[in-house]
Design a protein around this ligand. Structure first.
Ligand SMILES: Nc1ncnc2c1ncn2[C@@H]1O[C@H](COP(=O)(O)OP(=O)(O)O)[C@@H](O)[C@H]1O
Ligand SMILES: [Mg+2]
Length: 333
């Protein structure tokens, strides 16, 4: 399958205001991000809060322009597109944000929120055609009968229902890819699975690719199934590859730490996991990110050479940003 989106050595820095002398400082939030999303695939992006996941999601969807590197859509540089092509691409790559309440206009009914982008895109649609489309997408996201929801305002719906409305709006313009940024973290635990299943269904039935952003390994594994997982730490991708290989046989010390820190639903994996003796429980602030390996400060296996530039190693098809993968102690019993 061809790639829909490629991030090629993407970097992002933000200006941080203030400081004691009121001087502004640029902080590199993302560094050397290489990521390919294949048509029809599901990629899970995992990492702790503040590691840059949302920033990656916004770059993929064209909401943020990276400060360095290139982003390609269908093989072509996104920022070389004409305005019309760029707008169309923005429709083909949708962003579903974490906070479903903030994402919907509180003074508009669900019908108004859903019909506006459809009318804007399908300019020659009659009212009946717009309504048809809305009924269709409502059925696809499991909100039936639609009349029960369309005249309501966002606050009258549950978090899970609002999240489904966001999915409906995202699929209304027939996108190729949806970036879902922590879509289940603000909804009831009992409803999470059904939203994850909905994404899997939309992937299977409509062939839409998903980038699923989360801080939670368990849901990442659940949704990626046979797909890829991308583990981020301090603005870098430290490990990327098949989800079963990465979670079953983690290769980067950070991935190991992450896995041993959370209960893994698979008893086989849980049995053989050994906590790694990381040096500090604190995440290093971005301002103090080490120049070489980003995990240097906390890694129990790091040595002097890890202070210089680290290239990716490839182990069983997995990309790992660690020069010591060969020497690390056995993880598997
Ligand atoms: N617009 C912005 N201006 C300045 N700093 C930002 C901006 N957006 C994000 N950041 C910083 O970038 C880092 C990564 O943020 P984010 O991508 O939201 O991480 P995550 O989604 O993994 O929690 C954080 O330190 C955050 O403070
Ligand atoms: Mg985020």
């Amino acid at each position: 399958m061809p790639d829909i989106i490629e991030l090629d050595n993407v970097g992002m820095s933000f200006e941080k205001k203030g400081g004691i002398f009121r001087q502004n400082k640029r902080i590199d939030v993302l560094r050397n991000i290489d990521l390919n999303i294949k048509e029809g695939s599901i990629v899970a992006v995992v990492g702790e809060s503040g590691c840059g996941k949302t920033t990656v999601g916004k770059i993929i969807t064209g909401l943020l322009k990276p400060t360095s590197g290139e982003i390609r859509f269908g093989g072509k540089n996104l920022y070389g597109f004409s305005l019309t092509d760029f707008s169309r691409t923005r429709e083909l790559v949708q962003f579903v944000q974490q906070d479903s309440y903030a994402a919907l206009n509180p003074v508009r009914t669900i019908y108004q929120s859903l019909s506006a982008p459809i009318r804007h895109h399908y300019k020659n649609y009659s009212v009946a055609e717009v309504d048809d489309k809305i009924n269709n997408i409502m059925a696809m996201v499991g909100l039936t009968p639609p009349e029960q929801f369309l005249s309501k305002f966002p606050h009258m719906l549950s978090g899970g229902q609002r999240q489904r409305i966001l999915m409906a709006r995202a699929i209304s313009l027939e996108p190729k890819l949806i970036v879902a940024d922590e879509p289940v973290s603000m909804i009831d635990v009992s409803l999470r699975l059904s939203i994850l299943n909905l994404m899997n269904e939309l992937n299977e039935k409509l062939g839409i690719s998903f980038v699923y952003i989360t801080h939670d390994l368990a849901t990442a594994r659940y949704i990626a199934r046979e797909g890829n997982i991308c583990v981020m730490y301090l603005g870098e991708i430290v490990e990327y590859g098949n989800v079963n290989e990465v979670i079953g046989f983690p290769k980067h010390p950070y991935t190991r730490a992450l896995i041993s820190a959370v209960p893994v639903p698979d008893p086989e994996v849980a049995k053989r996991e050994k906590p790694i003796p990381i040096k500090s429980m604190e995440i290093t602030p971005l301002e103090n990110r080490p120049e070489g390996c980003v995990f240097f400060d906390r890694c129990p296996y790091a040595d002097e050479k890890c202070k210089s530039r680290i290239d990716y190693a490839y182990v069983n098809g997995v990309k790992v940003k660690c020069r010591k993968t060969e020497e690390l102690p056995e993880w598997i019993n």
